[in-house]
Write a protein that binds this ligand. Structure first.
Ligand code: ADP
Length: 477
């Protein structure tokens, strides 16, 4: 994974859990390894001191049982056996007179520490010193032999090399453990949040109008299962409320139809009656117009509900959608000419779909009406048909203001009108109905968001298989 990607993912729960896991693992391993290292270090120091003490005791015995000449030759032999660069003995008087010593060629800058000498009582003293020219540190023991003093030193080089190797091995093991912890953390965190991902995926789909979708979590622990079931319960409740609201508005709409039709009838009578003067006839005409508008809205709403609930009965037949588009263009041509809009229609030949002719006409008319309504004067509206083996696409392109990003998710909702469209006539039901019809035909409508350059609506419907037998050419796009 690139650094940029990692940086982007640093806010994800998986990344943070993994990071915590790795940090916790690395810190605890470091603490355990440090304790282990300190133990090894102090153990090796005590072994070295025990060796020096043994040498000191043996030297005391030798001094007691032999003369100085024998002592000198014995210690020379011993130093050779141990290695003259690893071990030395020096016997001296408190006055500084040196009585005996081993080969000191590797310890040329060896100095007696007189402060230590002064401190010696009955108990021997240990000291670690750095001797110039000798590699590593040297552990030294000072002790009394009668009235004289012996100084025995042992090189700590081997010990230091051993500890350096231990340190190196521990660092390598720590690195291996930490990377292993990273992979394990990633795996565990991935598993832990899999359920959450499933819930948020479902929430995303639901916010895109898939209200019937439910979360199914396999595994993931009790907390995730609880979250999923709470989420599903909440969806059931929302669905119930929405359906209840829809039912209520449908009922209201239904109940309103009769009184409005009656008002319309009365206004019609007033319009055609002998008693009304011209002013009253004008008002009656306005009432009829308003009643028609309300009735149209009510009928459209009921039609949308019917289509959305699946209760709509489609008069299915083989319909030439190209012909419907051509007829629609002819019908809207006067409006286009009025606004000096260049309305073009690229829908030659046949293009058969299986559907309800009058509903498909309504769908085409709604989108064509919008394209002309929202395009400014001298603009351009273009309708074309694309046909593939399985699908038919009707594309409505205009040079209007386009649809703002915030509005794009909303425009297919009932009664939604973008703020800047409120100056134009309309009810906010045209697109809802168009989408409901497309869906009732197993199709859909998508919108291309190109504000400032006009809007594009693409209606996708399933093609009619019979067409293949008629040898119509297919666009392979
Ligand atoms: P209306 O009666 O307001 O046209 P619709 O349901 O047909 O209702 O459209 C809903 C909203 O979508 C409109 O109010 C408008 O803001 C936006 N809209 C629809 N078609 C277009 C288009 N071709 N260009 C720009 N905006 C559009």
């Amino acid at each position: 994974m690139s650094l940029k990607k990692t940086f982007k993912r640093r806010h994800t729960l998986v990344f943070q859990l993994t990071l915590w896991y790795v940090v916790f693992f690395a810190v605890s391993s470091l603490a355990a390894f440090s304790i282990f290292y300190l133990l090894v270090n102090s153990l090796s120091r005590s072994y070295a001191d025990a060796d020096l003490l043994t040498e000191y005791n043996e030297f005391q015995d030798l001094m007691r049982s032999s003369d100085m000449q024998t002592v000198k030759s014995e210690i020379l032999l011993e130093a050779q056996a141990e290695g003259v660069d690893k071990f030395f003995i020096m016997l001296f008087r408190p006055s500084g007179q040196i009585l005996a010593y081993t080969d000191l060629s590797s310890w040329q800058n060896l100095q007696i520490d007189w402060d230590m000498v002064k401190k010696i009582s009955d108990k021997e003293l240990f000291q670690t010193v750095k001797i110039a020219g000798h590699p590593g540190s040297t552990r030294v023991i000072y002790g009394k032999v009668g009235e004289d003093i012996v100084m025995i030193g042992s090189s700590g080089r081997v010990n230091e090399l051993f500890l350096a190797n231990v340190r190196k091995a521990l660092v390598i093991i720590l690195l291996i453990f930490t990377s292993f912890a990273g992979f394990t953390g990633l795996f565990l965190a991935g598993r832990a949040v899999a359920g959450i991902n499933e819930v948020s995926r479902a929430a995303r789909e639901i916010s895109g109008n898939a209200l019937t979708r439910r979360v199914i979590v396999k595994g993931g622990g009790l907390e995730i299962t609880n979250l999923a079931s709470t989420f599903n319960n909440m969806l059931d409740r929302i669905n119930l409320l929405i359906n209840g609201m829809r039912e209520m508005t449908d009922n209201i709409a239904h109940d309103l139809k009769s009184p409005i039709t009656r008002i319309r009838g009365m206004a019609e009578m007033a319009l055609t009656g002998q008693d009304a003067d011209s002013n009253q006839q004008c008002q009656a005409a306005d009432i009829i117009e308003e009643c028609d508008r309300i009735l149209d809205m009510i009928n459209t709403m009921l039609l949308i509900s019917e289509a959305e609930s699946g209760a709509m009965i489609l008069n299915r037949e083989s319909v030439d959608i190209a012909e419907i588009v051509r007829d629609g263009c002819d019908l809207f041509m006067p409006i286009a000419e009025e606004k000096n809009i260049n309305l073009t229609c690229s829908a030659a030949g046949n293009c058969l779909v299986e559907g309800d002719r009058s509903l498909l006409q309504r769908l085409t008319a709604n989108l064509l009406d919008n394209a002309l309504k929202y395009s400014a004067e001298n603009g351009k509206v273009e309708i074309s048909i694309r046909q593939t083996k399985k699908q038919v696409k009707i594309i409505f392109c205009d040079t209007g203001p386009g649809i703002a990003e915030d509005d794009i998710k909303e425009i297919f909702n009932r009664f939604y009108r973008a703020d800047r469209s409120r100056t134009k006539p309309g009810s906010g039901l045209g697109l809802s109905l168009a989408l409901a019809i497309a869906k009732a035909h197993g199709g859909t409508i998508t919108t291309a968001n190109n504000p400032g350059r006009g809007a594009t609506f693409i209606v996708t419907l399933a093609g009619n298989r019979k067409q293949d037998d008629q040898g119509v050419n297919h666009d392979q796009t």
